[in-house]
Each structure stands twice: as structure tokens, then as C-alpha cells.
Design a protein around this ligand. Structure first.
Ligand code: ASP
Length: 391
């Protein structure tokens, strides 16, 4: 039996509450599980843990919390559960140790944090987040990552906290059979989560012990930003699981996001196409993907019409265009955006996103354009280049 354990939750907006849509998907790894190795009780325990993880993240999103907080909370629950190959219950290295990998990414800012080969941190996903938020770096490894974790005051545990008899048995079997270190049967149970929050931001998180019998400091895809994890509001959020060596070579998570962002490819199609590449090289695995459907549809329409600037802005909405990074220059008019105040807000957004704002002089003549220009310059809203375009 081969399956990817994925549970998802989705809440659509209700007019009464006027709440925006949010989405959360969690996974408990992909791999081959022989029926003989999984009892109905074990399967029920795995599904119950996934439900619990889903509930923890859903509580955060339902209360208007961030996608980033939600994916971290969900993954922590699965790290604490010995049924998964992440945190407690992780697989053993060839030398009988446990070396943990994790990564997290915020689609709002594309900030990211990752760790590999950590040995004492109870929740590696929390350490990945600390790397993202409390260090100047993105990726820390081994002793250095352990040291940073202690300095940050994160919960530390003895090495044997992570160990389970089942994983020890798998290592013994692995060694006695002398099977390939890449045999997929021995790498089940990586965990991950992707979410879209009610503010339209996405995030992704992945955590794993890697592969049974891994040697020589081997690093899989899970802690590699762009391979096992990626999040970009303009595209999507992805968490992968499977044969890490192939995920790295294909750059799976980033490739899916890039296809969605640049070509307007739908999530399912992007995932299918990229996983087909993994297969064509000889790899295997699965991904979970989430995105902002409304934004994606708008971007797609834009692309289909070959529109990138100006006029389409009035049709598709300046805010969306700026947020989507779909326009380099926008030319809003006071009437179209509903007043000067609104125009000033849009100008602030545009300045933050490095989008050039050109007040629309066509409708109002140079007089008003000059006034707008003055307001914009006084507030630091406008870049010099757009000023000269006004003349
Ligand atoms: N992708 C992980 C790795 O290669 C393993 C897994 O997802 O099961 O380390």
C-alpha cells in the first residue's frame, strides 16, 4: 500500500461574518507501508495525530492568526508524536544516532529559516523559525545549530528522547538486508504543513529525521528552501516528502511555485508536472500545495491578456496588482480609486513594493497631476523616475 497521508481543512468566507477564506493542509509523509507493518490501531493513531495537528493550526487561522503560526503549530504536534519521522520517532542514522532537519518559510516576505543535523532540540521546526527571526542567516547545521538553539532558550532534550524501538528495528533490518540507503520503505513519516491565512498570506513548514541509515552527514530536501519547502504569496506554499535526493535535483517546491507565479499554472497541474519530473529521474514522493485562488485567477487573467501595466490596473485593482508583483508601473486616477485618501494609501503600498506610481494626468490635466505629485513627493510616496515621467 503506497500513500501520502494528507488531511486538509478549508473554511470559506461567510457573508455574515465577512471573514476571508483560510486553508490548511498537513501531511504525515509518503512512502511504502506494508500492510504487515501497520496495524489498524497504528493507522488510527496516525490519523488521530494528523487531526490534532490540523485542529491546532485551524484554531489559529480561524481566530485570524497567521499562516506562519499555523504551520509551525501543526508541525510541532507531529514532531511530538512518535508515529512520525520527525522529532520524537525519527529514523536512525547508520551510526545509530538521530539527526533532525526542518525548514519554514513565510510567503508574505519570503523570509525563511532551516536547520540540519540537530540533535537536542525538542521541536526542530521552532528552531528553524528562530533561525529565520532571530539570526541573520537562513540555514544552520549540526553543532552550530544546536548551540544557537541553546542560546535561544529553546526546549532541549536528551538524545534518547527521540528514539523508539520501532525505528531501532528498522535500522537493524536495514543493515542486515544491506538494502540501498535510498530504499523508499525506510523513509516513511516526514511531516509538513502549508496554509493560507485570512489576510491572503501563505506559509510552509517541513520537519524530518531524514532516511534510515543515512551516512556521512547526508542532508535531504526537507531543510532545503526551494527543494522540500517554499512559500511565496505570489505563487503558493509547498511542503514535500519523498526521495530527497531527487527533490533537491528538481528543486521541487520552488519549481511548483514558479510555474504557478509565472505561467499561471493551476496548483494540481503544477504539482503533477513537477512530480512527473521527479519520477522521470527515478525518484518518488508527494507534495501538498496551497495558494490564494482569487489572486491566482486574477493573475491568470492578466497573463492571458498579456497585460502587465497601467490600464489593466483599473480593471483588476491596484492593490492586487501591487501585491501580486504583476505591475511595474501603475497609473491610478483619483476617481477610479475613490478619492485622494485612497490614492495616498495605494501610493504607500506601491512605494513599499517598489512599484512606480504615475498619477493619471490624462483625466485631470497637468494641474491636478502636479498636486498629486506634490502630495506624493511630500509623503515620500513617489520615486524620482516617476516624477520625471510626469513632465
Ligand atoms: N524527504 C525526506 C528526506 O529525503 C524523507 C521523506 O520525506 O520521507 O530526507
Amino acid at each position: 500500500m503506497r500513500f501520502l497521508i494528507i488531511l486538509g481543512a478549508m473554511l470559506m468566507s461567510s457573508a455574515a461574518q465577512a471573514k476571508a477564506e483560510w486553508k490548511l493542509v498537513v501531511h504525515g509523509g509518503a512512502g511504502t507501508i506494508e500492510k504487515a507493518h501497520i496495524t489498524p490501531e497504528r493507522e488510527a493513531a496516525i490519523r488521530a495525530a494528523l487531526d490534532k495537528a490540523l485542529a491546532a493550526g485551524s484554531d489559529i487561522l480561524g481566530a485570524g492568526g497567521s499562516a506562519l503560526d499555523a504551520v509551525e503549530a501543526s508541525v510541532k504536534i507531529l514532531e511530538d508524536d512518535p508515529n512520525f519521522n520527525a522529532g520524537r520517532g525519527s529514523v536512525f542514522t547508520y551510526n545509530g544516532h538521530i539527526e533532525l532537519d526542518a525548514s519554514i518559510m513565510d510567503g508574505r516576505t519570503r523570509a525563511a529559516g532551516a536547520v540540519t543535523g540537530v540533535t537536542r532540540t525538542k521541536n526542530p521546526i521552532g528552531l528553524a523559525r528562530a533561525v529565520m527571526e532571530k539570526s541573520e542567516h537562513v540555514f544552520l547545521s549540526r553543532e552550530g545549530a544546536d548551540e544557537f538553539s541553546r542560546q535561544q532558550g529553546l526546549a532541549q532534550v536528551e538524545r534518547d528522547y527521540f528514539e523508539t524501538p520501532e525505528r531501532r528495528r528498522q535500522l537493524d533490518e536495514f543493515k542486515s538486508k544491506k538494502v540501498s540507503a535510498l530504499d523508499i520503505e525506510y523513509k516513511f513519516g516526514t511531516v509538513g504543513a502549508v496554509a493560507l491565512d485570512s489576510s491572503g498570506h501563505v506559509a510552509a513548514a517541513t520537519s524530518t529525521g531524514g532516511m534510515t541509515g543515512k551516512r556521512w552527514g547526508r542532508i535531504g530536501d526537507s531543510p532545503i528552501i526551494g527543494a522540500g519547502t517554499y512559500a511565496d504569496d505570489r505563487g503558493c506554499a509547498v511542503s514535500g516528502t519523498g526521495w530527497g535526493e531527487y527533490f533537491i535535483r528538481v528543486g521541487v517546491a520552488h519549481e511548483i511555485c514558479a510555474r504557478m507565479r509565472l505561467d499561471g499554472t493551476a496548483p494540481q497541474q503544477a504539482a503533477d508536472e513537477v512530480m512527473a519530473e521527479v519520477k522521470s529521474l527515478g525518484g518518488d514522493g508527494g507534495v501538498i500545495v496551497t495558494n490564494d485562488d482569487a489572486l491566482h485567477a486574477k493573475m491568470r487573467l492578466l497573463r492571458n491578456h498579456g497585460l502587465r501595466t497601467r490600464d489593466e490596473a483599473t480593471v483588476f485593482g491596484f492593490r492586487e496588482l501591487i501585491r501580486a508583483g504583476a505591475a511595474d508601473v501603475i497609473q491610478p486616477s483619483v476617481t477610479k480609486v475613490g478619492g485622494l485618501l485612497e490614492l495616498k494609501k495605494i501610493a504607500t503600498l506601491a512605494a513599499a513594493a517598489n512599484v512606480t506610481l504615475v498619477p493619471h494626468s490624462f483625466y485631470f490635466g497637468p494641474g491636478l497631476a502636479a498636486t498629486l505629485h506634490a502630495i506624493a513627493s511630500r509623503n515620500g510616496f513617489m520615486r524620482e523616475r516617476s516624477c520625471s515621467m510626469l513632465k
